[in-house]
Design a protein around this ligand. Sequence first.
Ligand SMILES: NC(=O)c1ccc[n+]([C@@H]2O[C@H](COP(=O)([O-])OP(=O)(O)OC[C@H]3O[C@@H](n4cnc5c(N)ncnc54)[C@H](O)[C@@H]3O)[C@@H](O)[C@H]2O)c1
Length: 293
Amino acid sequence: MAPGNFPVHASKPLVTATINMALPWEATDGVPQSPDQDPYLSARTVSMSSSKGVALVTGAGQGIGRAVALRLADDGFDVAVNDLPANMERVESLVHEIQSKGRASSMYLADVSQEDQVKAMIDGVVAEHGALDVMVANAGVAPRISVEEWDRIMAINGRGSFLCYKHAGIQMIKQGRGGRIIGASSLVGKQSGATQGPYSASKFAVRGLTQAAALEFGAHRITVNAYAPGAVETPMLTHSTSEAIIAQVKEMSPLKKIGLPEDIANLVSFLASKESQFITGQSISINGGLFFD
Ligand SMILES: NC(=O)c1ccc[n+]([C@@H]2O[C@H](COP(=O)([O-])OP(=O)(O)OC[C@H]3O[C@@H](n4cnc5c(N)ncnc54)[C@H](O)[C@@H]3O)[C@@H](O)[C@H]2O)c1
């Protein structure tokens, strides 16, 4: 099937949810003056048995996205997960894993570079789970250099992030109770490297988008941030980088190691939490000391 032609598919929960799905988040007309008055913040102090809110993680079939989805489930979120149809089996098994933690989950097969699919995905999450509170626009690709690949990488990393931010923002503003939008930049979104041109440009784009969206959505108590990892041990890294280069990168790090997907999930967990409410517009370096801002 040609890219962009596959349908968005929302699976029904694979295990009957036993969780009380009534979310304690409340709509409000005014901008609150203190955290106590902020419905987003107060909603996050609910007991462990009820949901902290609804998160959507794109590109969750493997790597960083998978670790982030599992971590947000451990944190108490119901977690909807997205990836391409080619990754359906992995996403299905992730849905089971999230549900086995006692959280609701559902699967959305969609290409984040296609606006109709992103919009249908977010509508599907709201229909299934009742709301969208945390958007993690994680999906990304890192191909080599050619004109065709420039277009593909900009479509997925640049336009895909833009579409996820845009439609998540529209939904969160409609809900009127704030929210969190989190994107995937990179170390090379701050300091490029030879042969990294298109990928680096796309990750600089995520930084710019993150700043603009933070300015635009701030009045609605929606924070917008991105993670900017160095080398992280995922299929993206191991498929695109030789073992010799990975060994060199480890040697260059003051910590003498590369990151794990769980390291990034720890940061996303904080960015999604009530405690991060004063951070917005940032692309946060998480690179083992390979680069200092
Ligand atoms: N691994 C690293 O070293 C590293 C470093 C810096 C930034 N990042 C960024 O972090 C994010 C996750 O990286 P990763 O290493 O886990 O990558 P990965 O390749 O292991 O996983 C990415 C996932 O995104 C999915 N995906 C690709 N195109 C998609 C599309 N159009 N729509 C929906 N899903 C799509 C893939 O199928 C895959 O499951 C990416 O944005 C990446 O650029 C990774």
